[in-house]
Design a protein around this ligand. Structure first.
Ligand code: Z5A
Length: 209
């Protein structure tokens, strides 16, 4: 049987990395063989593209060039890692996926949705997450948390307005597909965030039985 595809999404500093480990543990405790991966990245070539995308640089990057690089990395990730895992019955847990493109390149960079959807159709075809955990946090709180980490990458160096557009777009995506998204209030203490994530996973798991 084909595996399930779970993604973790959210804006800057919402706690994706922190909670990814908790989701992984939840899956392991149920004996579910899982590929844990991330975007952009997840294969050697896609990780090289990630470095190109995140590196601060003097040359300004055209939004369309950024979008095409995101989808180039995704095409490789799907072909070399995600699809083979799902086809083999493994679950895939991915730190960011296509919703991040709508939020960052669509919301943040203001690229038209129709352009993103065209590339999505080409690269992802029918592939869509079965469950998306969206960690939601006011932008200022996320930036304060992330700010404690030191040097900023090319996205982290963006302005408040950019991150507000990213958050708004994520919430719009979640409202449009409530059956796929579980929105978790990431401003709560970590223990409560993880309890809410556990409840969403439990509900999803039971829906498959
Ligand atoms: N990007 C894009 O533009 N388009 C796309 O299609 C895709 C990606 C796929 C890299 O992503 C960039 O790629 C990303 C969007 C773009 N840029 N940005 N921004 P990334 O996922 O690698 O980068 P990131 O968003 O900066 O994630 P991160 O660095 O891993 O941060 P995080 O996972 O959200 O946060 P964290 O490191 O787990 O937590 C931050 C701090 O908060 C840390 O000190 C924690 O201990 C603390 N924390 C976590 N939870 C709590 C709670 N509940 N209370 C208090 N403190 C907490």
């Amino acid at each position: 049987m084909r595996g399930q595809f779970i993604t973790l999404e959210g804006g800057e500093g919402v706690g994706k990395s922190t909670n990814l480990a908790a989701v992984q543990l939840w899956l392991e405790q149920r004996g579910i063989d899982t590929l844990v991966t991330r975007e952009p990245g997840g294969t050697p070539l896609a990780e090289e593209i990630r470095q190109l995308l995140l590196a601060p640089r003097a040359e300004s990057v055209a939004p369309l060039a950024e979008l095409l690089l995101m989808f180039a990395a995704r095409a490789q990730h799907i072909a070399a890692a995600i699809e083979p895992a799902l086809a083999a019955g493994r679950w895939v847990l991915c730190d960011r996926f296509g919703d991040a493109t709508h939020a960052y390149q669509g919301g943040g960079r203001r690229l038209p949705t129709a352009v993103i959807e065209q590339l999505q159709q080409l690269v992802q075809a029918q592939l869509s997450p079965d469950l998306t955990l969206l960690l939601d946090l006011p932008v200022a709180e996320g930036l304060a948390r992330a700010g404690e980490r030191g040097e900023l990458d090319r996205f982290e160096a963006e302005q408040l307005d950019f991150f507000n557009r990213v958050r708004d777009r994520y919430l719009q995506l979640a409202a449009a597909e409530p059956q796929r998204f579980a929105v978790v209030d990431a401003s709560q203490p970590l223990v409560q965030v993880q309890a809410d994530i556990g409840a969403a996973l439990e509900q999803f798991y039971e829906s498959l039985q």
